[in-house]
Design a protein around this ligand. Sequence first.
Ligand SMILES: O=C(O)c1cc(C(=O)O)c2c(n1)C(=O)C(=O)c1cc(C(=O)O)[nH]c1-2
Length: 252
Amino acid sequence: MTTLLSPEELEARLRDVGKRRYHSLHPFHKLLHNGQLDFGQVQAWALNRYYYQAMIPVKDSSILARMDDAELRRIWRQRIIDHDGHHEGEGGIARWLKLTDGLGIDRDYVTSLRGLLPATRFAVDAYVHFVREKTLLEAIASSLTEMFSPGIIGERVAGMLKNYDFVSKETLAYFENRLTEAPRDADFALDYVKRNARTPEQQEAAIRALEFKCDVLWVQLDALYFAYVDPKMAYPGAFVPQSSAPPARREA
Ligand SMILES: O=C(O)c1cc(C(=O)O)c2c(n1)C(=O)C(=O)c1cc(C(=O)O)[nH]c1-2
């Protein structure tokens, strides 16, 4: 890219990345939302995604540490609070564990990360390394997938509630907060990128950063697909579903 885009043109290019590459397009998500996965496959999704959730505040702490402007830090630190909460048992990570609890996976097993697919670990770690190694502009731009997340979250919650009797509004509560947090975070990050990508090279780098992040999300679903939907081989040590159906519900 050699010409400087207007802020509006840059925004259009960034939105176009989502239209082409966001993980809403991945076949695994279509199966998840349309009720075409069995219980064990949904468990595998929740267990692997726990690592993404757990590392988001680590990633945001790295970004925060690179900000030399107190005003910026005051805004960015809210993301860490959203995921960690102020106290034990609060925040997004705790809410994600309510989902894995609801799906009957032992908490210690989830948080031990012993059942993770290797590609989940590598993809998530790549995101953390990216924000440490690239420019602050690229680090912030890489969070812009959140521009697209309210759409997929709405689709996911409605689809899962309709199609799986082993999930409930309570177990999916994680996503409710994201519907307000994600647009707030994405609006701020988009405004930052539009104001601070002032050369064609910086604009190109911001677009590439968002593409990279789409890849981080996409390969996590590739890994789930090849391990649990169309397995050609077992992943040594990874979580093995015990059953394709949830255990029978006991009457209270
Ligand atoms: O459910 C989803 O599809 C989805 C997508 C994304 C995203 O697009 O990166 C995030 C989340 N959820 C999410 O819950 C979350 O906390 C989050 C933080 C970030 C980020 O890059 O800082 N993305 C996302």
